[in-house]
Design a protein around this ligand. Structure first.
Ligand SMILES: [Zn+2]
Length: 102
């Protein structure tokens, strides 16, 4: 799959379910987990750590106040769009690192 061709396609971060376009991941990384996943300017990492296979979208505007955020346990995350369910998972090593960060 070419990231360039699919740059505008939405992808979900496998670490936190944050959703934005492949292009945005490339330019900005993931607002929640880039310290660990380091997606910014790294097409290979984006292939490994995000997916275009996801279901449902939740818009979260005010973390901490939304019942959706509490339900999804994402109240400590950046406002934005989140996937409800993703297909795939992070490489085990990165998953552990992310868990340790929190
Ligand atoms: Zn993330």
């Amino acid at each position: 799959m070419s990231l360039t061709r699919d740059a505008k396609q939405l992808r979900a971060c496998l670490g936190c379910l944050f959703v934005q376009s492949g292009n945005d991941f490339l330019q900005k990384g993931c607002p929640n987990c880039d310290q660990v996943l380091q997606l910014q300017q790294d097409k290979v990492a984006i292939q490994d750590c995000t997916t275009s296979q996801f279901d449902g979208l939740i818009a979260m505007a005010q973390p901490g106040q939304s019942w959706v955020a509490k339900w999804q346990r994402i109240d400590h995350r950046m406002p934005g769009l989140y996937a409800v369910k993703v297909t795939g998972s992070l490489p085990a090593e990165l998953r552990e690192q992310l868990a340790n960060e929190r």
